[in-house]
Structure formats: structure tokens, C-alpha cells
Write a new protein. Structure first.
Length: 746
């Protein structure tokens, strides 16, 4: 059957449909649904360092009361907790991240020793104060912070790894904003796009402690300087009701302003407190202010973060009536919670790797240090190790990575920014020994290293040392491949040191030995753990008898020709140079002096130092064996070896005994008493050692029965000046001494 429509019918049919719709039962439109019609809740989390852990307790209490959060803004630690929650993590998961990571490491820029190049490990032994002061074209230059924030950046990458491919913060399950401050203007800067870890690093950049972060054309520091409680930010995001959590440090009274540090801390708190109060004044009667009671939890006491979490829950419990106003029905809350929690992400496959570096070092040298390769699935743990190895070259201000989408693919970009205060650097060294018996020895040293002389990373390093053992040393170091597996070096050295020969505890003979040597060497690095080196040195030595019997020494000129071949093999896998708990330290050295090479006499000499460490928790054990000898009993500048000092026959003064042959075995134990937290962390140890050994002039005298036994008790500290030891030692012969060392005593 055919149905025909007239023009009039075509007009009437739409009108009829509209009438039917008007008389049919109403269906709530999406904007009128309970979820859409409720007031939007904005959460504001302030900065406060370790005190910010209270935010986790607040989040847990909000969830228990079925309070949905629609947008979050945070500053510093508040930004960290805020973005973790906004990205879909639960309060329990955030608490686990806080507890499982050592937040003090964020304020220590030195990477783990396993990631230091072997050359940097050598320099660490010589110059204990890592000043890293720039000196270029006759001018000193300084970094923009005591720390560059490399460790903090890697820690933030670790805890936000699930957001690595996030760009816009509006794409998170809960829209989020981080607040930093513009260092040039002092104004607040709202960060709304990624990478997330970089935005957090900017928001957490404590001025003077951590260097600023450049984002776009802005130099950014800790947002607490400008807006520590960003109520206005979350309001601009569309919040109808604001829940503001203030964990900032309150001002202290004058009775507690009794030091320079307390005054500086108060000035910082004043700035933060003033902008916080301005934001609090913007809150209305509909908004909620939460201020947890956090007395006794200081900003830098990251070890107390677990104590701060329940304080946040308690603060919310005290505001039950106010919380009831923003709570929603179970069905509405479950829908909200489900939308926040459904955050499964597909694995990110790295299509390619690009190096973004302004260094003269070849990009291939940086890329070759990485285990991560194109085609690999994004693995934050592996990338953290890659970044540590690159940073361990000690050429870069900071090293980080970003993921950048290109079409359907994702590329890894490694950002390696050279130090802005380089490429010439000054480091300092200090050695001090006081035995409280009128014997004091000190050494002050400085080194100047000119880096990045060419694309393979050549360096020119000069060291100067004054004190009881003055020394001037210069070296040109040239890697032969991008990873410095092979290298050559040219060296020159002038030095002088006193040598004492003791009888019955008294120095009867005191020599001054001066040396001037030049040399050439070639070597190979076995990754970061070992080195094999060989070479030739030529020069002259002079011996001056300051005190003693001339008949004790060879009847010939006090000038000696020096000419020898040498070879050395070294291993260094210690996790800590001065208070190790794992690894080995080995130096095996052989020297062949020959008249044909310019030496005064023919002889072969060896030296062996071997240490191994093990331990667990606060317990540190270390055993050591030292040996030296020469195939002929000839007293020449290059043949003399020394023993004495704390840990090296304790009870004797440092290098009290001199001879041609040495044997020493020892074992020590140290218990870590604890450490202060924050950027000036100073681990403290109490320990003891037992040693047995001696030195001999004649090879025929070497014997176990002719050894001294000794022991020590000591306190040790791994300070900014190097290891500090205060101890007492005693030998089996009854010699005893008290020590104050700033040096690697063991």
C-alpha cells in the first residue's frame, strides 16, 4: 500500500511530535542529575614539608565521610600529595609511597657511588669537600642553589611514574593545578600542564637550597613564597565550596629566636604566613578550613611523616558538622569514586631516544650510558639508573627525561644541561690530625679542573696542597672513546714530605724527601668498578737529613735519579667511601726502577691495600689488609712505607713508623647511631677496631711474632668537610694516643 504525504502533513508531523514530547513523563537531563547538580568541591593543600603528610590523613577522612573532590590545587608538598590523589592513587597508596621512599635523599645531590665514574671516585678520595665552585676567565661563579635538585627530581619521577605521559593536568581523573613562584617578580605561577614531576620540582624548590627550575621563560621556585594556600586558584577552576588544608609552620615567639638559623627560618615563615592569611581571608561561610595540630613536626623532619598522617584525620573529625554539608549520598559518591579510580594506562613503548644537551660531550657518549633502548616499554626504575649514570659524570647541572608524543608514537627525550657555572671548577681538601700530645698535622688542598676540553671529555686538572706535605700536581687526561673505557694521561708532580724514624717512641731521625716527576700513562676502565693503568715516570728526588745520624743512610749524594715503569690495578665498589656497608676497595701497585730508565738503582717494589665491607641495618663491618715491600733493602725516597695512626696501629701517631716492608691486618665495627634530617644530614657512628702489624727495614726480620697489636674506640661522622673521627687507641707495647682526625683515618 502506498502512503502519500501532502506538503501540509510534512509541516504538521514535527509539530505533533513536539506536543507528544511535552506531554510525556520528564526524563532528567544530564546537567540536572544528582552528580551534576551538587556543588563542586575544590580541595586546597598547602605546602609545609614533612608536615604535608597530614594531607594524606585528611584525604582518608574525606573518603570515609563520602566527600567527593572535583578539583585540587596545591603548593610544594601539598602539590605532591594533591597530584598523587588527582591521578587516581588512594590515600593508602600515597601513604605507602611516603613511607617507602627516603625523602631526605631529595636533599642530597650526589648519586649513589655505584653510578659515579671511576675517575670521580678517585677524585672523591683526594678532595673531600665537594665545593664545585666555578672559576672561569678570572671570575668566580656559583650555582643558583646549594643543591641542584637532581635527587629530588628522580624521586619525584619515581613516585609519579604513572603520570609520565600526562600533558594537560585537566586530563587527570581530578583536574589539578600546582603553584610555584616566579623568582624574578615574586608572583605566583599556576602550572596546569606537564610533565608532572617537573611541575612538582618547581613548586618544591626551596629558595637557596634547591636551584630554580626553568619552565618556558620563567625561573620558578617554591610556591610557598607567593601562594602557599592557593584558595584563589581552585576557585578559578570552578569550585563552589573550598576545603582548604593549612599545614604551614606557625611563627615562633621571641624566646625561640635564639640563633641565626631560627631567625632565618622565622623570616621564611613570615613570608609564607602572610600570603596564607590572605588566602584564608577569602574563604566564605560555605567553605571549610582544616588546620591539623602538628606541634613537634618540623618542616624538614621527614622521618616524622608517619606521625603527621593521623593528625590530618583527627582535624577532619573535629569538623564533622561541616563535613556533613559537603557529603553526598552513597550512590553519588560511588559514581564519583569509580570515575576517579578507573585509571588503567596502556604500557608506553619508546619509539626512539633523543639527547637534548648543550654539552661538548658527544650525544653518543650520553646515549651509550643508558640501558633503555628504542622498542623498550617505559620502565621508570631503569630510567632512574640511566639518569644517575649520566649525572655521575659530574658534568651536568641536572639530568632528566620527558616523554614526547609524535603522532601515534612516543619518544624519550633526555635533557642533560651542562653546569651554568662551568666548565672550570674548584674543589677543596682538608686533612687535620691532632693527637693531643703536642703533635699536630694539617693539609689544605685545592684543585682546579677544566672540563669538556673536547668532544671526548678531556680534562686538565691541577692540585695544590700546603701543610706538612706540600704538593703540586697537574694532569692532562684524554679519553680515547666516548665512554672513556680507554684513556691516556700526562702528569707532572712536585712534592715534599717528612719521614720520621722512631726509637722507643721518640723520633731520632727526621728526613725531608722532595720529588719532582713527570710521567705518561695509559689505562682502561672496567665500567664503573675498576681500572688498570700502566706508565713511565722520570725525575729526581732529594733527601735532606733534618735530624739524626748520617751514618744510618747510604753514603752517597742526597740526590737520587728516578726512572721507573709502573702498573696498577684498582677496584672500588664501596657504597660509601668512609663508612661502607657493602663492596670492596683494592689497590695493587707494582713499580720497577731501572738504571736504564734513569733510576739511581735497580729494584722492584709492590704495594697492596685491600678492604671489604659488609653489614645490615645500623651495623657496619670492615676488614683490611695492607702490605708493601721491596726486593732490595735500600732506603730511597720511593721505597719507604709508613704505618701508624687511628686504625693503622692505633696508639701511634699518624705515620709514626717508617720502613721498607709493611704488613697490617685489621677489622673494625661501626654502629650507626642515627643522623640529623634535612639538607645538612650528618650521620654519626660509634665504633671499635682491632689491628695487628708492623714495618721492617730488613726483609729477613719480617715475622708474625714481631708484630704489634693495637685497638681503638672512636666516634665518627660523615660531615661536609669529610669524615671526622674522635678516638682513643692503644698498642700492645703500651703506647696510647687520643685522636681528632678530619680525614680518611682508616
Amino acid at each position: 500500500m502506498n502512503v502519500l504525504f501532502s506538503p501540509k502533513a510534512v509541516v504538521l508531523i514535527p509539530l505533533l511530535l513536539l506536543c507528544l514530547a511535552a506531554t510525556s513523563p520528564a526524563v532528567p537531563a544530564d546537567p540536572e542529575s544528582p552528580e551534576r547538580s551538587r556543588p563542586k568541591v575544590g580541595l586546597v593543600l598547602s605546602g609545609g614539608g614533612a608536615r604535608g603528610a597530614a594531607h594524606v590523613g585528611v584525604l582518608r577522612a574525606l573518603e570515609a565521610r563520602q566527600v567527593p573532590v572535583d578539583m585540587i590545587a596545591g603548593t610544594s608538598m601539598g602539590a605532591l600529595i594533591g597530584v598523587l590523589y588527582a591521578s587516581g592513587l588512594s590515600p593508602d597508596e600515597i601513604e605507602t609511597l611516603l613511607k617507602d621512599n627516603d625523602w631526605n635523599t631529595g636533599y642530597r645531590d650526589t648519586p649513589p657511588r655505584e653510578y659515579l665514574s671511576f675517575r670521580n671516585k678517585e677524585e672523591e678520595q683526594d678532595f673531600l669537600i665537594d665545593l664545585d665552585l666555578g672559576f672561569n676567565k678570572g671570575k668566580f661563579s656559583f650555582p643558583q642553589g646549594v643543591l641542584q635538585g637532581q635527587s629530588l627530581m628522580q624521586l619525584l619521577n619515581r613516585v609519579t611514574a604513572h603520570t609520565a605521559d600526562t600533558d594537560s593536568f585537566d586530563d587527570l581523573p581530578i583536574p589539578f593545578r600546582a603553584v610555584a613562584a616566579n623568582l624574578e617578580t615574586g608572583t605566583a605561577v599556576v602550572l596546569d600542564k606537564g610533565p608532572v614531576s617537573r611541575a612538582l620540582r618547581a613548586s618544591m624548590g626551596v629558595p637557596g637550597v634547591l636551584s630554580p627550575v626553568t619552565i618556558g621563560d620563567q625561573l620558578l621556585i617554591d610556591g610557598g613564597v607567593a601562594n602557599n594556600l592557593p584558595v584563589d586558584v581552585v576557585r578559578a577552576m570552578g569550585a563552589d565550596i573550598v576545603i582548604a588544608v593549612d599545614v604551614s609552620t606557625p611563627l615562633v615567639n621571641r624566646d625561640n629566636l635564639n640563633s641565626v638559623l631560627s631567625v632565618v627560618d622565622q623570616l621564611s615563615s613570615i613570608l609564607t604566613r602572610q600570603n596564607t592569611e590572605r588566602q584564608i581571608n577569602q574563604l566564605t561561610d560555605q567553605d571549610i578550613l582544616i588546620q591539623p595540630e602538628l606541634e613537634g613536626i618540623a618542616t624538614a623532619r621527614f622521618d616524622l611523616m608517619p606521625d603527621a598522617i593521623p593528625k590530618g584525620e583527627q582535624a577532619v573529625s573535629a569538623l564533622s558538622a561541616a563535613m556533613a554539608r559537603v557529603a553526598v549520598e552513597p550512590a553519588v559518591y560511588n559514581d564519583w569514586h569509580r570515575s576517579r579510580s578507573d585509571t588503567e594506562r596502556a604500557d608506553v613503548v619508546i619509539a626512539g631516544i633523543r639527547i637534548d644537551s648543550d654539552s661538548r660531550l658527544q650525544d653518543s657518549a650520553i646515549r651509550d650510558l643508558m640501558e633503555t633502548q628504542p622498542g623498550d616499554t617505559f620502565d621508570e626504575a631503569m630510567l632512574e639508573q640511566d639518569m644517575a649514570r649520566i649525572y655521575g659524570l659530574d658534568l651536568f647541572e641536572r639530568v632528566n627525561y620527558t616523554l614526547e608524543p609524535v603522532g601515534e608514537e612516543t619518544f624519550l627525550v633526555v635533557h642533560a644541561n651542562r653546569k651554568s657555572w662551568g666548565p672550570g671548577y674548584i674543589d677543596l681538601g682538608l686533612s687535620l690530625e691532632e693527637n693531643f700530645n703536642g703533635e699536630s698535622n694539617y693539609l689544605l688542598g685545592a684543585s682546579y679542573t677544566l672540563t669538556e676540553l673536547n668532544a671526548l671529555g678531556a680534562e686538565w686538572r691541577t692540585e695544590m696542597q700546603i701543610g706538612q706535605r706540600p704538593r703540586l700536581f697537574s694532569e692532562f687526561y684524554q679519553p680515547l672513546d666516548p665512554l672513556a673505557h680507554n684513556f691516556v694521561g700526562l702528569t707532572g708532580e712536585i712534592s715534599r714530605r717528612p719521614v720520621k724514624f722512631f726509637t722507643d717512641g721518640e723520633a731520632e731521625d727526621i728526613l725531608d724527601i722532595s720529588q719532582a716527576l713527570i710521567g705518561v700513562e695509559i689505562g682502561h676502565h672496567f665500567g664503573y668498578w675498576g681500572q688498570l693503568k700502566a706508565g713511565y715516570r722520570r725525575g729526581e728526588s732529594e733527601v735532606d737529613l733534618r735530624v739524626g745520624d748520617p751514618d744510618r743512610f747510604p753514603d752517597r749524594s742526597n740526590r737520587f735519579g728516578e726512572g721507573h715503569l709502573f702498573a696498577s690495578f684498582r677496584i672500588d665498589t664501596f657504597d660509601n667511601l668512609h663508612f661502607p656497608q657493602d663492596g670492596h676497595l683494592l689497590t695493587a701497585y707494582w713499580q720497577a726502577s731501572r738504571e736504564s730508565l734513569g733510576a739511581e738503582t735497580n729494584y722492584d717494589q709492590f704495594r697492596l691495600n685491600w678492604s671489604s665491607a659488609f653489614g645490615w641495618g645500623p651495623h657496619h663491618f670492615q676488614w683490611r689488609f695492607k702490605a708493601a715491600g721491596v726486593d732490595k733493602d735500600i732506603i730511597e725516597p720511593g721505597t719507604i712505607t709508613f704505618i701508624g695512626g687511628l686504625g693503622n696501629l692505633s696508639g701511634l701517631e699518624k705515620d709514626q713508623l717508617a720502613g721498607l716492608h709493611k704488613r697490617l691486618a685489621s677489622i673494625s665495627y661501626a654502629f650507626k647511631l642515627g643522623e640529623n634530617v634535612g639538607p645538612l644530614s650528618l650521620p654519626l657512628y660509634i665504633g671499635a677496631s682491632f689491628e695487628r702489624g708492623n714495618v721492617w727495614l730488613d726483609q729477613s726480620d719480617i715475622g708474625f711474632g714481631d708484630t704489634l697489636k693495637a685497638g681503638s674506640l672512636y666516634l665518627g661522622m660523615d660531615s661536609l668537610l669529610g669524615p671526622v673521627f674522635f678516638g682513643y687507641g692503644r698498642t700492645s707495647d703500651g703506647e696510647e694516643a687520643a685522636y681528632l682526625f678530619i680525614d680518611a683515618a682508616f
